[in-house]
Design a protein around this ligand. Structure first.
Ligand code: SF4
Ligand code: SF4
Length: 182
């Protein structure tokens, strides 16, 4: 068939010599390369027992933050959703009721908050846009899942543990955020 461009080049196939037809030199050369790697430092690690440290600027799965009293910081203003180029964030706002002052910091809070991790490109714009320091990207990544709906992360998946009732879990989750959180 005639080529559409003139970029193709003809390849001349030279007949193999007897030495090449024996394949032994090529096998020996290949084995030599294999053995030489046995004495080099391994580039691989025994994951998941061993994990590589992430870069300080790594952006992983989101965390919805609480304040020092354990109250949810998010006020469901929607700025993160508007800033998100992938339209991955959705939420439903609710009014704080009397007696819920210890649960939510502002008069309005996110009754539902979802991030579709299959849409998310981990750009960090939601974190930049949030005026309440309520959302951070951590240094962990979304685990594999067989179902698409397993990648829709709700508030239960995103909310950091309460520092008052679960201080150890809170400290551990906070440690996955590679920067100072407020
Ligand atoms: S990291 Fe970027 S893409 Fe992911 S939810 Fe935030 S703004 Fe959207
Ligand atoms: S996470 Fe921040 S920007 Fe997003 S709705 Fe909550 S307060 Fe607003």
């Amino acid at each position: 068939m005639q080529s559409l461009t003139n970029r193709s080049k003809g390849v001349e196939r030279k007949p193999m010599t007897i030495w090449e037809k024996m394949y032994l030199p090529a096998i020996a050369k290949g084995m030599g390369i294999t053995f030489s790697h046995m004495f080099k430092k391994k580039p691989t690690i025994n994951y998941p027992e061993v994990t590589r440290p992430f870069s300080a600027v790594f952006r992983g799965v989101h965390i919805l933050n609480r304040d020092e009293e354990g109250r949810e910081r998010c006020t469901a203003c929607g700025l993160c959703a508007v800033a998100c180029p992938a339209e991955a964030i959705t939420m439903e706002a609710a009014e704080r009721q009397k007696g819920e002052e210890g649960l939510y910091r502002e008069e309005k809070y996110a009754a539902k908050y979802e991030i579709n991790m299959l849409r998310c490109i981990f750009c960090g714009l939601c974190e930049e846009a949030c005026p309440k320091d309520a959302i951070y990207l951590s240094q962990t990544f979304a685990p594999a899942n067989y179902a698409r709906k397993g990648f829709i992360y709700g508030k239960d998946d995103l909310l950091i543990p309460n520092p008052k009732t679960e201080p150890e879990a809170y400290a551990k989750a906070k440690g996955t955020i590679g920067k100072e959180i407020k």
